[in-house]
Design a protein around this ligand. Structure first.
Ligand code: NAD
Length: 269
């Protein structure tokens, strides 16, 4: 997700610093950006020199201190509250007091992330969809303390990125994953109970509901660890057993079968 966001920002003319914990992950991210832009060059939707200009606007680093001059940071680290809180604490001490700190979290409370900083009014959710260069929506989430000024700036920035911002309040799973993830979880339960094969479940939802992807394929695409983390947030946040993650989802994550990114999930890649 991070490399997709970096690509879209650089393509819109912004200078970007992409930060990760290791050079290997950064190289993988730059490779994904290059591949995605090359596809547009091949289809004559982008000139080769423009592609070079876009990648030239992206600097990579493993040192968070290099984000010091950022006007806005969009955090897209692992979907884990503790990891994200630590990142927000660091960003709060590194960046200028006026900088906006946005999170691409799929489900974690923006209010909680804001509380990890001394600038909760400048903390906001910018939930991009996967794949970022293709998907138009950015769900903008207002934490309890997010100011109108921060919201207005992020709304305008989203439009500059060529995306459509839609607003929602801070609540477990926001709108997108509160509606999507229980559907995916239910599809996993149906597979677990032997109600239908993976192909039938996906085919029924594709052909019958006109979904572009079946729920199990989509889960593999999102990442099964991300799906499980979101179900846990919904389960804990609402305290309602209807959000309990399917045991099969837990088993796959325990096995390291995380979907497309690990080569195996509900399908093999
Ligand atoms: N996968 C999706 O479809 C999707 C869609 C929308 C939002 N999201 C959200 O985006 C975020 C990232 O998801 P992803 O699927 O790209 O996960 P991922 O595991 O593929 O990538 C996370 C990256 O964060 C890096 N990271 C971890 N800790 C870090 C730290 N302290 N400092 C810097 N980098 C760190 C990891 O090295 C890794 O490269 C999550 O919050 C997720 O919920 C994911």
């Amino acid at each position: 997700m991070g490399n997709g966001i970096a690509q879209v920002a650089a393509r819109s003319g912004f200078d970007v610093v992409m930060c990760d914990v290791s050079a290997e992950f950064l190289a993988r991210g730059m490779k994904a950006i290059d591949k995605s832009l090359q596809r547009d060059v091949d289809k004559e939707r982008l000139a080769a020199d423009e592609k070079n200009a876009i990648t030239g606007r992206i600097k990579t680093t493993t040192e968070m201190a290099e984000l010091a001059s950022a006007v806005i940071v969009v955090e897209a680290v692992t979907e884990d509250l503790n990891v994200k809180q630590k990142v927000f604490q660091s960003l709060d001490s590194i960046t200028a007091p006026a900088a906006i700190l946005a999170s691409n979290t799929s489900s974690i409370s923006i209010t909680r992330l804001g509380s990890a900083t001394g600038r909760a009014d400048k903390v906001i959710g910018m939930h991009f969809m996967n794949p970022v260069p293709v998907m138009k929506l950015v769900e903008i989430i207002r934490g309890a303390a997010t100011s109108d000024d921060t919201y207005a700036k992020v709304h305008a920035l989203t439009e500059k990125l060529g995306k459509i911002p839609l607003e929602c309040q801070d609540s477990p799973g926001f709108i997108s994953n509160r509606v999507l993830m229980p559907m995916i979880n239910e599809a996993i339960f149906a597979l677990y109970e032997g109600v239908a094969s993976r192909e039938s479940i996906d085919g029924i939802m594709k052909l019958g509901m006109n979904h572009p992807m079946g729920p199990l394929t989509l889960a593999d695409f999102i990442g099964l660890d991300v799906c499980l983390a979101i179900m846990n947030v919904l389960h804990e946040g609402f305290g309602d057993s209807k959000y309990r993650p399917c045991p099969l989802l837990k088993r796959y994550v325990d096995a390291g079968w995380l979907g497309r990114k690990s080569g195996r999930g509900f399908y093999e890649y």
